[in-house]
Write a protein that binds this ligand. Structure first.
Ligand code: BG6
Length: 512
């Protein structure tokens, strides 16, 4: 059987629609959304009758917009390039200049959409994608409603995709949810977290619930602790205006890291129905022990990078020297914490989370460390640390997707000597290395009306609720030691101490 024979793909093209992108000339559109549409088109998943309508403030004609995508988005494609597929996609693009807060722009939008429905036979189905700064989310939603564009009748659907950050804290997230739910049904709202679109993250469901051997040992009886690392070598790039007000905690924890944690820790759903899965995710997030102010001091760590040398030898500036960053900025670029889940399955098993900018490499992985096997039989054997190494399961999301299991083996020879070895499954070996942005499945699911991989209002709010005490304590007690780690290092030493105190250590990340 060839590699491709193992991969049976039965999905059909999505139903006809117009995808309206607010923020059509922005970074997200160029880097992620257009490449994702291209990969969907290569996979024959885009609707047969389809149009993209870009909306933003820039004065551009549709022709100029297509040209902009040709010059500034095409460069972000990976893998084999098909000019035919790209050109077909770009030919589906139209453009409308408009101010997101101006009602007249939405009158023009309604007119343009009805023209596109006639011209492209898109059936009156609209996917509104808010690829804008979050300050516009509420206003755009309101204007869509006021222009009568959210109303579903005669079998049309109208859906709204809301990018992150969804709120700035618990209060603002609640306010945004309330505002949206006053105007839309929950089933029309798609709060996106692109980590849930990553293939390996979705594979957690298959890995845990389709393998009889995994689930029985996925609990506190066998597991010592879990580590979730999302490390990036990148600095703040050109996003200081957003990042200065957000910081690593808001940027990554309530969304990406808790989404991954929920996938790892949730109970088995009774079916793969969207709400069954999301109910379980919400339940496990609710079971995380809330942090008291004292816990925040002892169980969380924040850091900010200073200048340093990256793994490739590049000397990079300190965060405070980046364009748009205040010279005395208190914004954290690194965060680590330990959380406990109060559930029958996880009681007593710490979950350690860390994420940061200017880390030694791009590593996103989950480490599940099993408890030590008893030493008894190997007392007189040669071992690295005088004890049998614990088994470690590593679920790698980036850069090379896969799963490995560290086990102990006997070194060949006349004496009983143990050495840890790895059993390794790499996605590429079995399924090839398909280029992807993480957005393909999410856009496709949204067009099909499948909300499984999107956040429900309660999940968003529970996540903010967990983060809120940290925000409060950190705001009340500004950091006194920033900057406290050099670019190219694994964050401040306090992050190592967080685990050392418990007799543990972060796993050294490698890309296989
Ligand atoms: C985004 C954050 O949501 O996720 C960025 O705002 C971060 O700061 C990015 O760099 C990480 O995503 P990925 O897919 O590159 O791991």
């Amino acid at each position: 059987m060839s590699d491709t024979d193992t991969h049976v793909d039965t999905a059909l093209p999505a139903p006809s629609c117009v995808m309206v992108i607010f923020g059509a000339a922005g970074d997200l559109t160029k880097r992620k959304l257009f490449p994702a549409l291209y990969y969907l088109s290569v996979a024959n998943r885009l609707p047969e009758r389809f149009a993209v309508l870009g909306v933003s403030r820039e004065a551009l004609s549709s022709e100029q917009y297509r040209e902009l995508m040709n010059t500034e988005s095409r460069v972000h494609l990976d893998g084999d390039y098909s000019a035919e597929v790209w050109d077909r996609l770009v030919q589906c693009c139209h453009y409308l200049q408009g101010d997101f807060r101006d009602p007249e722009a939405y009158e023009a939008l309604a007119k343009k959409l009805s023209e596109l429905d006639d011209q492209c036979q898109t059936g009156g189905n609209y996917l509104f994608y808010m690829a804008t700064p979050p300050a516009f989310f509420g206003d755009i939603a309101e204007q869509i409603v006021n222009a009568g564009l959210a109303h579903e009748d005669e079998g049309h659907w109208r859906r709204l995709v809301i990018e992150k950050p969804f709120g700035h804290d618990l209060q603002s997230a609640r306010a945004l949810n309330r505002k949206l739910l006053d105007m839309f049904n929950e089933r029309q709202l798609y709060r996106i977290d692109h980590y849930l679109g990553k293939e390996t993250v979705q594979n957690f469901l298959a890995f845990r619930f389709a393998n009889g051997v995994i689930e029985p040992i996925w609990n506190r009886r066998y597991i010592d602790h879990v580590q979730i690392t999302v490390a990036e070598p990148l600095g703040v790039e050109n996003r200081a205006s957003y990042y200065e007000g957000a910081g690593a905690l808001r940027d990554m924890i309530p969304n990406h890291l808790l989404a991954v944690l929920a996938m790892i820790a949730m109970e088995p759903p009774i079916s793969f129905d969207a709400d069954e899965i999301r109910d379980e995710q919400a339940r496990v997030l609710r079971a995380i022990q809330p942090l008291t102010p004292e816990d925040v001091l002892t169980h969380t760590v924040r850091g900010q990078y200073t200048s340093g040398v990256m793994a490739d030898g590049m000397q990079v500036p300190a965060y405070r020297q980046e364009a748009g960053v205040a010279a005395d900025s208190q914004t954290e670029t690194f965060v680590a914490m330990s959380l406990m889940i109060d559930s029958w399955r996880w009681a007593g098993v710490p979950f350690y989370l860390r994420t940061g900018k200017r880390m030694p490499g791009r590593f996103t992985e989950i480490v599940v460390q099993y408890k030590h096997a008893p030493n008894t039989a190997f007392k007189h054997s040669i071992m690295k640390n005088k004890h049998v190494e614990p088994n470690v399961m590593v679920l790698r999301i980036q850069p090379s997707e896969g799963i490995s299991l560290g086990i102990n083996a006997k070194v060949p020879g006349q004496v009983m000597q143990l050495s840890p070895v790895e059993m390794n499954f790499s996605y590429d070996d079995y399924f090839g290395d398909e280029p992807s942005t993480g957005y393909e499945t999410l856009i496709y699911d949204c067009m099909k009306g499948d909300p499984t991989l999107f956040k429900r209002a309660d999940i968003i709010e529970t996540a903010w609720q967990l983060v809120e005490p940290i925000l409060d304590v950190w705001t009340a007690l500004p950091p006194r030691d920033f900057p406290n780690y050099a670019a190219g290092q694994w964050g401040p030493s306090a992050a190592d101490e967080l685990l050392q105190r418990d007799g543990r250590a972060w796993r050294i990340c490698t890309d296989a």
